[in-house]
Unconditional design. Structure first.
Length: 69
């Protein structure tokens, strides 16, 4: 199936995005690693989310640390 989704800024079909690392925060004390999804044609941000791979790693490391106590 062909890609038909277009960037809302440049109107090009989005065939690829660039992922950039950002910080997502709820408050000064609550912060997560995040990712922004950027149009490879015009560098516009298409979306932002918590970095799920970093979150998974943080959870695993926390569980392992707790079990070693």
């Amino acid at each position: 199936m062909a890609n038909i989704g277009k960037c809302p800024k440049c109107d090009n079909v989005v065939n690829a995005v660039r992922i950039e690392t950002i910080e997502v925060e709820q408050s000064r004390m609550v912060k997560w690693k995040g990712a922004s999804y950027v149009c490879s044609s015009c560098d516009s941000v298409l979306g932002i989310s918590i970095d799920l791979l970093a979150l998974k790693t943080d959870i695993i490391n926390g569980v392992v640390k707790s079990l070693r106590r």
